[in-house]
Design a protein around this ligand. Sequence first.
Ligand code: PAF
Length: 326
Amino acid sequence: RHALPAAIAGISTLALASTSLSAVAAQTITVGHTTSDNSHYSAGVDAFAAKLDELSDGEFVVAEHPSGALGGERAMIEGLQIGTIDMVVSSTGPLGNFVPETYVLDLPFLFKDYDQARCVLDGEVGQALLDKIDQHDLVGLAWSENGFRHLTNSLRDVKTPEDAAGLKIRTMENEMHMAAFRELDVHPTPMAFPELFTALQQGTVDGQENPISVILTGNLWEVQDHLSLTGHVYSPAIMLASPVLWDGLSDEEKGWFREAAHAGAEATRAMVSRLETEGVAELKEKGMTVVEDIDKSAFQEAVEPSYKVYTDEYGSEMLDRIRHSD
Ligand code: PAF
């Protein structure tokens, strides 16, 4: 009489044990980024999380920390190196401070359009740079995207380098960007992104430069009236992992992370492309004055000497490889 219930009890104990085993086994991956939870980076983290869940059958759960909740990009990259954060989506802005070889990507007017930039990053040059990153206590999983950066300010329409001269502009903590802005007689003020909104609001700086997605989803239009579609530099992003996380993964799990990171990067790029046009229309509706007929060749000529800052320090090999890669 008791044989059947005992067997059932045995089965349910087994089922319970395996449920709690998988619950215990699920590992939470902390992913930080500085843009908001409706941004291009967030779209990428969502796609990454979904793919990782699918590939690992729920072994990994992603906890996203957007809006600089874990700090600015530079601080988060330090967190990766010591293992206090598992993963970060970051622009290459502060990356050169850790991996100088990546400075090349932040030279002004280097990439002519999205297709060329994506092709270079997904090709041999991108892989060579990922390999360099891996030599600096960081793991580069996939090239993602921030987008072409455009100038905004609170004082005037900017169409030419002369219009920009004298403005106090927040830049990323990147030597190449600062060198380029100095050539424009702009006062570059490096600052972590989480401090930017307040700095613009309080007039500590007159302007900033970022891709459309950031200007829109970071609500910068609330504190900036003038947008100039300068597209002065392509800003790559990257999905980075901590070596502390990485060293604890099996080869199969590492493969899942890389595949999921590529899915994340694709989702981010798709949103950047969409907002490059739709976002400008939305910013106009929100009251920004948009200057579209920029004298780009004058800007390009003005910032050209900043290339020497790069080549004097790092040579021209990587630069030539990029220039000859299309
Ligand atoms: O301006 C920056 O610091 C970056 O573009 C941002 C907004 C943090 C995205 O990577």
